[in-house]
Design a binder for this molecule. Structure first.
Ligand SMILES: [Zn+2]
Length: 318
């Protein structure tokens, strides 16, 4: 082999080595970019792109944009997902006007569940929404969350059987002190049975205090004790919180909102729900200020459908 031949072999081998090294670096870089544990925003698809690829889009006259991310793709921007806010579900509307507004009859509730099922909605829990937000799992088409505030006993006697019948999970905001005091509220045995059946329990404080008007020590105590009690009683993680009367997000200062959000995080909560304001938009950048849509007593199915941006019940045949 001449000197020139040896040089040629040397450069060929060196070139191969360099090519292999480059290929390894390239593959490694791809792997890092595709990791769901990525820095927020980097390499993630935009919500608009996710919504455009929704299987439910274009099926009916007025489709609801539904985020259906690929597994491992965190949601980094605002997206639409209706979170319904119920209070009572009962056999009949009560005579008292205030209570009647908070009460959806069993017939009306069943009509709403029939509509949701027919229109292609899929009930999910808060935990499932947060998993999708963090890129840990896809959402079904037209996801929706049904929440029930205050832990009334009709959550077990009226709402729970209908939820099971139609295949929708419920997320229940429990005031732990109300349960312990008795009255027209759920019992711990009922809460346990519902949790065992897949219903999601959330904290609504220990005594339904106004978090904007209470001192820090009281707020911290109620956030921690209600979560501890619920976790012990259900044997399930309790990661989500519902602001009593929506405070401090209705009449508190921006500073108080920030303080309460910080205390929620310190107490181990991952997200919290407002008492309104009838918006479908959820922002992953503000997990402690998630929007809900109020379902009022006496509203018809057209109003209900409109409130969640769903298809017209007549046109959709639902
Ligand atoms: Zn409440």
């Amino acid at each position: 082999m001449s000197v020139w031949d040896r040089l040629a072999v040397f450069f060929l081998a060196g070139g191969l080595l360099a090519a292999v090294s480059l290929a390894i670096m390239w593959a490694g870089g791809l792997g890092r970019n595709g990791d769901s544990g990525d820095i927020a925003g980097e390499g993630a698809a935009t919500p608009a792109a996710l919504q455009a690829s929704s299987p439910g889009a274009g099926v009916t006259a007025t489709p609801t944009p539904a985020p259906t991310p690929l597994p491992g793709t965190p949601l980094t921007g605002p997206f639409e997902l209706p979170i319904l806010m119920y209070h009572h579900v009962a056999p009949a509307l009560p005579a008292d006007e205030f209570q009647a507004r908070l009460t959806v009859t069993e017939d009306a509730f069943e009509r709403e569940l029939t509509y949701l099922k027919c229109a292609g909605y899929h009930g999910i829990t808060m935990a499932q929404m947060f998993a999708a937000m963090n890129g840990a799992g896809p959402l079904p088409p037209r996801p929706i969350i049904l929440t029930f505030d205050d832990g009334y006993d009709d959550a077990y006697t009226s709402a729970f059987p209908l939820l099971r019948q139609y295949g929708f999970p419920g997320s229940f905001a429990i005031v732990t002190g109300f349960i312990e005091a008795g009255g027209p509220f759920l019992t711990w045995a009922q809460i346990r049975e519902m949790a065992d059946a897949g219903e999601e329990m959330m904290s609504h404080t220990a005594t339904h205090i106004d978090l904007g008007a209470s001192d820090d020590a009281t707020v911290q105590d109620q956030l921690a004790s209600s979560r501890d009690t619920l976790q012990t009683r259900t044997g399930q993680p309790v990661d989500f919180f519902v602001y009593p009367s929506g405070e401090p997000f209705r009449s508190g200062s921006a500073e108080r909102e920030q303080q309460v959000v910080a205390m929620l995080g310190q107490a181990g909560y991952r997200g919290a729900l407002l008492a309104g304001p009838n918006s479908l938009t959820q922002d992953p950048a503000a997990p402690f200020a998630l929007n809900r849509v109020r379902v009022s007593g006496g509203e018809d199915i057209y109003t209900f459908a409109g409130s969640i941006g769903g298809p017209d019940p007549d046109i959709a045949g639902c």
